[in-house]
Design a protein around this ligand. Structure first.
Ligand code: T3D
Length: 262
C-alpha cells in the first residue's frame, strides 16, 4: 500500500477507503493533497482487489476546497493552469474509474470540496453536513466539474441558485434535491458508509463498472445511440463469469458469490 502525506488509505474486503487527512484546515486542498488524491484514485482504478472506493475525510469537515493559503491569490496566478493540471485530472480519474465511488460527507464540503463530493457516484451525508458552492463568495466561477455535475443532479434552475447565492445546503435539503443519497446521524456516518460500500463490493464488480458507464453515457447520447451503447455493454456483461454465477445462484436459490476476476 502506498504511503501518503495528506491521505490515509486502507483496503478491506474490496473497499478502498481514501481519507483526506488535513483536519486542521478542514481538508483544504493544497498541492500535495490534490496530487495524492490523483495518484490514489489512479491506483484504485488499477488495483485488482479494489471493487469500491470510499472517499472520506478526517476531522469535522469534509473539504473546504482550494487551500487559500497554499497559492498566490493576488490575481496574477493562472488558476486555469491550476485546474488543468491539478483538479481536472482528478475529476476525470473519478468519473472514468470503472468502479463505484461513494463519498461520505461530514461537516462542510465547500468549493472544490463540493465538486469532489459531486464527482463521486453516490453521496452519503452526516446530519450536520453542508454543501457550500463557495466559488461566487470569492469572485470565482464553479470549477472542478461542479458546473457539469450540479445541473445534472438538481436541474438547471436550482443549480443556478446554488452556484450564485452559495448558501449552505444542509443534509436533509441535499437529500431532497438529489445531492445526497442518504443521511445518517453524524456519529454513525462512517460505519454506515462502510456498510453501504460492502454491499456494493459484494456485487458483480465488472457489471457495476459497466453500469456506471451506461448511466453516464445515457445522460448524453441520443436514444438510438444510448440503446446501442447498452446493447454493446450487455454483450460484454453477458459473456462474463458474473452473469453465469448470477443466473446459477438464482436457479439454485442461493446468494451469488462474485469474486475478483469473474
Ligand atoms: O487553484 C485554484 O485556486 C483553483 C481552485 C478553486 C476552487 C475552490 O475551491 S474556490 C473555494 C475555496 N474555498 C473557500 O472559499 C472556502 C473558505 N472557507 C470557508 O468559507 C469556511 O472556512 C468554511 C465555510 C468552509 C467553514 O467555516 P467554519 O467556520 O466551520 O471553519 P473556519 O473557522 O472558517 O475554518 C477552520 C480552519 O480551517 C481555519 O483555520 P484557523 O483559523 O483555525 O487556523 C480556516 O482558516 C481554515 N480553512 C478553512 N477553509 C480554508 C482554510 N484554510 C485554507 N483554505 C481554505 N479554503
Amino acid at each position: 500500500m502506498d504511503v501518503y502525506e495528506t491521505l490515509l488509505v486502507r483496503e478491506l474486503d474490496g473497499v478502498l477507503e481514501i481519507r483526506m487527512n488535513r483536519p486542521e484546515v478542514l481538508n483544504a486542498l493544497n498541492r500535495t493533497l490534490k496530487l495524492e488524491l490523483q495518484s490514489a484514485m489512479k491506483a484504485a482504478a488499477r488495483g485488482r482487489q479494489v471493487r469500491v472506493v470510499l472517499l472520506s475525510a478526517e476531522g469535522r469537515g469534509f473539504c473546504a476546497g482550494q487551500d487559500l493559503r497554499d497559492e498566490e491569490t493576488d490575481g496574477r496566478r493562472s488558476i486555469g493552469e491550476s485546474l488543468r493540471t491539478l483538479y481536472n485530472p482528478l475529476v476525470e480519474a473519478m468519473l472514468g474509474m470503472p468502479k463505484p465511488i461513494v463519498a461520505a460527507v461530514q461537516g462542510v464540503a465547500a468549493g472544490a470540496g463540493m465538486s469532489l463530493a459531486l464527482a463521486a457516484d453516490m453521496r452519503l451525508m452526516g446530519e450536520g453536513a453542508t454543501f457550500v458552492a463557495a466559488f461566487s463568495r470569492i469572485g470565482l466561477v464553479p470549477d472542478s466539474g461542479l458546473s457539469y455535475m450540479l445541473p445534472r443532479l438538481v436541474g438547471l434552475g436550482r443549480a443556478m441558485e446554488i452556484a450564485m447565492l452559495a448558501q449552505p445546503i444542509g443534509a436533509v435539503e441535499a437529500e431532497r434535491l438529489g445531492l445526497s443519497n442518504h443521511v445518517f446521524p453524524d456519529g454513525e456516518l462512517h460505519e454506515a458508509a462502510l456498510d453501504f460500500c460492502r454491499r456494493l463490493a459484494d456485487g458483480p464488480a465488472q457489471a457495476l463498472g459497466l453500469t456506471k458507464k451506461a448511466l453516464q453515457r445515457g445522460l448524453e447520447l441520443p436514444l438510438r445511440q444510448a440503446l446501442e451503447y447498452e446493447a454493446a455493454l450487455q454483450e460484454l456483461a453477458g459473456h462474463a463469469g458474473e452473469y453465469v454465477e448470477g443466473v446459477a445462484a438464482f436457479k439454485e436459490k442461493r446468494k451469488p458469490v462474485y469474486k475478483t476476476g469473474d
